[in-house]
Design a binder for this molecule. Structure first.
Ligand code: ADP
Length: 299
């Protein structure tokens, strides 16, 4: 069974990023609300067909830490990707008030488990860990989306955006200069570290008032950013410092990160994520944010 555009009732735009637009849709045959991402690509039919084939492995990728995949198809030069609808959208909408440590711990734990799942079950490196790719639903669950399962899609997207990716690990910046393709698990761990700081403090940790060149220079040659020690425990600060180890070869990977005392603590704690998510989403709306779902309609 494969999903088609004809079965969709297309609703409002949820957001748009570098590659395309995400819309809320209602899948009539199954009565499931979904998010439909449109990615515009300059590719021939064969390449588009290959992307759809490569995305097919996602049908086997079921994890509580990964946004569910429902199917993909292409129309003309656009790839359409159907996924689980996450009511509260991405983390960047939910963090401006700053996030308490126990919430931050749970968000980090889910993200690390999602990344480990991708690696262990699909042998996939995410390649684009950042707050807009971590989504939250109305149950307060935190899940990853937008990971690099399709080699063909990764290649096409890499060509369309070069240089502006400031979640890149120091070694990635060198590799990009050399024209190498050496993405590793460790590069994702660096991006995770930056993401945690951004979510915790409400801002991207490098100075964005300077040029992209200076930002990349600071990533490669400067001291890595830190979690503010005045607001977060030594455990949390240590976890982030390890993720932001500049030398990739000594940067920890998932089994080690999951054994870190901060993650062990997060695993044991009982935290009301549903309540945090609802309150943060309401604050986002109060600031004039886009209402993702007009009234929360249950079909
Ligand atoms: P980006 O390049 O910023 O990740 P995307 O095109 O992937 O942009 O997504 C744009 C926005 O749409 C995201 O920032 C997020 O807020 C929203 N979005 C993406 N996927 C979903 C989803 N499955 N459910 C709800 N909102 C989503």
């Amino acid at each position: 069974y494969s999903i088609t555009m004809k079965e969709m009732e297309v609703l409002e735009v949820l957001g748009s990023g570098q590659y395309g637009t995400v819309r809320r849709v209602y899948h009539r045959p199954t009565c499931v609300p979904m998010a439909l991402k449109e990615i515009r690509l300059e590719l021939n039919q064969q390449a588009l067909r290959q992307i759809i084939m490569e995305l097919d492995v996602l049908h086997k990728a079921r994890s509580p830490y990964i946004v569910d995949f429902y199917g993909a198809f292409f129309i003309e030069s656009c790839v359409y990707y159907c996924m689980e609808f996450m009511e509260y959208g991405s983390l960047d909408r939910l963090y401006p008030a700053g996030i308490p440590e126990d919430i931050l711990g749970k968000i980090t734990l889910s993200t690390v488990k999602g990344l480990r799942f991708l690696k262990d079950e699909l042998n996939v490196i995410h390649r684009d860990v950042k707050p807009t790719n971590i989504l939250v639903n109305k149950r307060g669950e935190v899940k990853l989306c937008d990971f690099g399962v399709s080699g063909q899609l990764n290649q096409s997207l890499a060509k369309t955006h070069v240089g502006c990716q400031s979640y890149m690990a120091p070694e990635r910046i060198f590799d990009a200069e050399d024209g190498l393709q050496g993405y590793t698990i460790q590069s994702d761990v660096w991006s995770l570290g930056l993401t945690i700081i951004e979510v915790a403090t409400g801002r991207y940790p490098y100075d964005t008032s300077t040029s992209v060149f200076e930002q990349l220079n600071a990533i490669v040659h400067g001291e890595p950013p830190k979690l503010p020690e005045s607001r977060y425990s030594p455990r949390a600060c240590d976890f982030v410092a390890r993720c932001l180890t500049k030398l990739a070869s000594v940067r920890p990977v998932y089994p080690e990160l999951l054994e870190h005392p901060w993650m062990v603590e997060a695993e044991e704690k009982d935290v009301d994520m549903e309540d945090w998510a609802a309150r943060s989403y309401n604050l986002y709306l109060a600031r004039g944010g886009n209402r993702l779902v007009a009234p929360l309609v249950d079909y």
